[in-house]
Design a protein. Structure first.
Ligand code: GDP
Ligand code: IMO
Ligand code: MG
Length: 429
């Protein structure tokens, strides 16, 4: 068996959570391979709206195993809150959730480091979610991180204190303002107490050698879906650096983040919005700073699932999508939130970048931070409420033309179309 992959092709929040939940019945195991509580994946079904951060989006299917892989970083405080929320909804994550022993821990000082480093950047800040992502991955690669598997071993508390002391030396060197040192409105000491309580609370979730479990499951013929977080344009290597996250969000990250060989990767579902959004700083060539952008934000309810921040909105960016399709080896495109464009007279598509009078495709490395003007192609809007449609053939002709023109430009079929946040508002072609 091969492992299928589902990931974001833009700057995150494409709707990965919804579509993972929709596809889960076809799989036995859903696994996260990178990122951490910076992610916010929203699922809606039976009148319930639920946001997941660290836990894979297959968790509401009790017969499916959900794995938090070695490439993910875990904040026990956040994870404990997530698990409590799941239990309140009747889920029993101790039965169908597994955590890799090799997944690194986000400790309280990582959150402080994130805050002081962002504050020190001033106007050039990344717009981090302040969940401690950058500092935790830094400690991982600097080889003094703590892992889930360490928690049960002798000497864990000593290692924790050593890492804390080292991080506090750096934090103090910034001479931070007192308010920068608050985490979720708590002092470091208060947060640390809840962090350890969280660690205790999650201790009934099995901690396993997930790479062995995943590979053995493949040998047994089990079907596995790897669920990405963030999106290709936030990838640490290929995204709009330095305005990126600290992990490999592209398909390559599945191999290192779950411990599988490249030839075991099967289908790759690339998820994208019918338009484009970004939360946080950095280049966004098709951004609309006018009332059209405001309308996209309003129609699409574009406010962050993790931070509540308003998302920046703009037209779909085909040069960036072509680049993402190439990097990820996308075999199937998944178009989300097409219904948000229902009442637009015209829908624009960016086909190329104009940089100082010259036409470019992505990545345009040297010029990404300079003035890019998108070359726009206008499509007639469909002016129909499409969220109740369930069959491709019944959708308005203008909408089908829009989808076909995008798949032709990206040279990959659009196999799934989402027309609303709910599980059943989905068209499989
Ligand atoms: P993720 O991080 O990729 O899982 O995406 P988020 O959950 O952060 O953001 C996607 C938002 O769009 C959520 O609020 C979803 O409920 C919502 N959503 C998902 N698919 C659709 C859709 O097809 N139409 C509309 N209108 N909303 C959608
Ligand atoms: P999901 O999985 C959208 C953005 C942040 C910031 C940058 C770095 O829900 O799609 P970090 O906290 O990782 O250091 O922030 O990346 N970012 C996201 N944007 N969706 C996400 O996740 C994101 N995770 C991080 O806004 O610009
Ligand atoms: Mg999100």
């Amino acid at each position: 068996m091969k492992i299928d992959v589902l990931l974001g092709l833009q700057w995150g929040d494409e709707g990965k959570g919804k579509i993972t939940d929709v596809l889960t019945p076809e799989y036995d195991i859903i696994a996260r391979f990178q990122g951490g509580p910076n992610a916010g994946h929203t699922l809606e079904f039976n009148g319930i709206k639920h946001v997941l951060h660290t836990i894979p989006s297959g968790i509401f299917h009790p017969d499916k195993i959900n794995v938090i892989g070695n490439g993910v970083i875990i904040d026990p405080y956040t994870l404990a809150k997530e698990i409590k929320n799941l239990r309140a909804r009747g889920a029993e994550p101790e039965k169908n959730l597994r955590i890799s022993k090799r997944a690194h821990l986000i400790v309280p000082t990582h959150r402080l480091l994130d805050a002081v480093q962002e504050a020190a950047k001033g106007a050039s800040k990344i717009g981090s979610t302040l969940k401690g992502i950058g500092p935790a991955y830094t400690d991982k690669t600097a080889r003094h991180g703590l892992r889930m598997g360490d928690v049960a071993l002798p000497g864990f508390k000593e290692k924790f204190e050593a890492q804390k002391a080292a991080n506090l030396r750096i934090i103090n060197a910034f001479q931070p303002e007192a308010e920068t040192l608050m985490i979720e409105k708590m002092t470091h000491e208060e947060y640390e107490k809840l962090w350890f309580e969280g660690l205790k609370y999650i201790s009934d979730i099995p901690v396993i050698d997930s790479e062995v479990f995943i590979n053995q499951s493949l040998l047994q013929g089990k079907k596995i879906l790897a669920e990405g977080a963030q999106g290709a344009m936030l990838d640490i290597d290929f995204g709009t650096y330095p305005f990126v996250t600290s992990s490999n969000t592209v398909t390559a990250g599945v191999c290192s983040g779950l411990g599988i060989a490249p030839q075991k990767v099967g289908r790759v579902f690339g998820v994208f919005k019918a338009y484009c959004t970004r939360v946080g700083s950095g280049p966004f060539p098709t951004e609309l700073l006018d009332e059209t952008g405001e309308k996209l934000r309003k129609n699409g309810n574009e406010f962050g699932s993790t931070t509540g921040r308003p998302r920046r909105c703009g037209w779909i960016d085909l040069p960036a999508l072509r680049y993402a399709v190439m990097l990820n080896g996308v075999t199937d495109l998944v178009m989300m939130k097409a219904d948000v464009l229902d009442d637009f007279e015209n829908v624009n598509v960016c086909t190329q970048y104009n940089i100082n009078g010259q036409l470019h495709d992505f990545p345009a490395y040297e010029t990404l931070n300079s003035n890019i003007s998108p070359v726009l192609e206008s499509h007639a809007g469909w002016k129909t409420r499409i969220s109740s449609f369930r069959k491709w053939d019944e959708l308005p002709a203008q909408f089908r033309d829009y989808v076909v023109s995008i798949e032709q430009s990206l040279n990959v079929p659009v196999s799934v179309i989402s027309l609303g946040p709910n599980r059943d508002q989905t068209v499989i072609r």
